[in-house]
Design a protein around this ligand. Sequence first.
Ligand code: TMP
Length: 407
Amino acid sequence: MPTCRICGTPLHTFLDLGHHPLSSAFPTPAEARRGDACDAFRYRLAAGICERCALVQLTDDIPHERRPYPGYPYHSSGSSVMREHFRATGRHLLRTELPGRHAPFAVEVGCTDGVVLRTLADAGVRTLAFEPSGYTGAEGVRVHRAFLTAASAREAVAAEGRAQVVYAANTVCDIADLPGFFAGLGELLAPDGVFVFEDPYFGEIVGRTAFDQFYDEHRYYFTATSVRALAERFGFRLIGIERLSVHGGQLRYTLARAGRRPPNRAVAELLAEEAARGLTDPAVLAAFAGRVDGVRKDLVALLEELRATGRTVAGYAATAKSCTVTAYCGLGPRLVPYVCDSTPAKQGRLTPGARIPVRAPGAFAAPYPDYALLFAWNHAAEIMAKERAFRAAGGRWIRYVPDVRVV
Ligand code: TMP
């Protein structure tokens, strides 16, 4: 029986999406012909909730050697909306946590493109990234090439002092050793400092039936309820919450050391809302799993019907989420002959497991398909604005979150 990675209590498994390849394993056509292609490995993608600390997590661990190196092939600012989001986040931290500080010091954990730190550095804040891949797209961002642990934090503190702000986006949800991470935070954070992090919100996943947020790179799916418990377990307190619209609905959590600051009203409000929604209630979770199954049936039925009636279909964006959709729904080139994606590292390759050819965005209009399956639904506004000519030419988008519809 799978148990909670934090407290060891048995997990209640409420969603089982079957066996999936790794979401970043894009083989070349030549590699795919061999039996040992990178996308041949399968793990069971199932989610459970801890009956004690309410932490939603994947039930199965992926062997460490199977996991992609951090940062591949993800660029946090690959979308203009995300780039602006991270700049705004930097400005927000400057306004809320860093004004009036003497020689402020801020750290980001898992910074990838470094947009937040760059924004802080431009305003005169001393910055450092903990980024085990060593990769940062932003010029001038200093990198401590390590995971945040007690040992790596002590090294950084000896050289730089303690940080007023530690920030992480889409990182905490994938940290294997959260106790080690919080031990590092305990070393790194100034006594009155804050840890600010943002991750996909489980309440939003349930509310929108966004089952494709479940994939190998997200081990944890947080709620205010579970983050409060997590923080308290490691000597911190959840003091702030903000809702963010990016990535299909995220929360930004602010943690302070226990006893340093009171929580704001938003924390109590969201805790009450989560209790009222029954986000830990097995019946509510079973209903969610039922809706997920309904989306699968509707999507497959629609694609089969389009194929039978001679309509052309393309996928739009070979996202990590699309790997969950194709594996769970059993989609492949028969129903989705190709997918267009703006990431050069994915173009010319095949999607993980489903082996749908990935083409550059230019292929989308040459010629337009009749229908485009929008895998990057979290970037819908940006993509639909960019691809206005597709609809003008009679093309239609297929969406599957929160339900299957043609728009
Ligand atoms: P993400 O949802 O994890 O940010 O992944 C976004 C993927 O979508 C990435 O592979 C790039 C692709 N994409 C496009 O192909 N066109 C676009 O306009 C956007 C915003 C993303």
